[in-house]
Design a protein. Structure first.
Ligand SMILES: [Zn+2]
Length: 265
């Protein structure tokens, strides 16, 4: 699993980018390695890898040419407790999110706490689930601090909601691991030109835990961002499938247990 690092800061400088629907910025990691992040502009947010929220576009516009900002991947939730509120979700989507929470709660140490008027003062940091009128649900990675949006697309399935919650509790996509090229082949010729950036590895902003997990709920599907209906990512091991959205894998569960066992000590 690829998980958030604990403490990590980035120095960011905004640079020009021509395409209307995309933008970029450059950051320097703790070893002063420059890294470019290309993002898609969607509904007021910068989005990478299809469903990972990076920042509000209005916040990126305010970043001066050199500034230290919080890491893109946020922090862990204290004691594994994740407070949440529902925004304008349909009953169907509310149930999908509740089912998704139940999956994580019954198989890991994560606990979700609904915010009420009585307990709100105890929980300044929380997830706010809101409906999104587009095709992809999306989420930030890790705890960002304050109110943190999770966008739930129309008719979101419980396991898609569980994938977004996986991001919110600190998991990156599995195929963003530093060692992914040993396990999967990226078929660049089949990827939509505009979306090739979604296959960049963000090596500076995560830490790889356990072995590569083809079975992860956090893995791209074999056809992610395909321009021609053919596979864009294929396992080196031909006996496995990728991109399942039917269960939390053993290593998804183990990664969260390792991350949050430490915070419980
Ligand atoms: Zn995702």
């Amino acid at each position: 699993m690829r998980i958030i690092k604990y403490v990590f800061f980035l120095i960011v400088s905004g640079v020009g980018f021509s395409a209307e629907n995309f933008g970029n910025f450059i950051y320097y990691d703790s070893q002063a390695r420059a890294k470019e992040i290309i993002y898609e502009k969607e509904d007021g947010f910068a989005v990478v890898e299809g469903d990972i929220l990076v920042k509000k576009l209005s916040q990126i516009d305010k970043i001066p040419r050199a500034a230290i900002i919080r890491q893109i991947g946020g922090e862990r939730w204290v004691n594994g407790e994740v407070p949440y509120k529902f925004g304008d979700l349909s009953e169907e989507n509310k149930n999908a999110v509740l089912n998704a929470m139940h999956l994580w709660e019954t198989q890991t140490v994560i606990k979700f706490i609904e915010i009420t008027t009585e307990n709100a003062h105890n929980y300044p940091d929380y997830l706010l689930f809101v409906s999104f009128n587009g095709k992809n649900s999306s989420s930030f990675v890790g705890k960002q601090g304050g109110e943190q949006i999770v966008k739930i697309a129309i008719s979101c399935k419980p396991f898609s909601a569980a994938h977004e919650i996986g991001h919110a509790i600190g998991l990156w996509h599995e195929q963003s691991r530093a060692d992914r090229d040993k396990y999967v082949t990226i078929l660049w010729d089949n990827i939509d030109e505009d979306y090739k950036f979604n296959f960049n590895q963000h090596i500076g902003d995560g830490q790889d835990l356990l072995e590569y997990d083809y079975d992860s709920l956090m893995h791209y599907s074999a056809y992610a961002f395909s321009k021609n209906g053919q596979q864009t990512i294929t396992p080196v091991n031909k006996d496995v499938n990728i991109g399942q959205r039917t269960h939390l894998s053993d290593k998804d569960i183990a990664a969260i247990m390792v991350m949050y066992a430490r915070s419980l000590m």
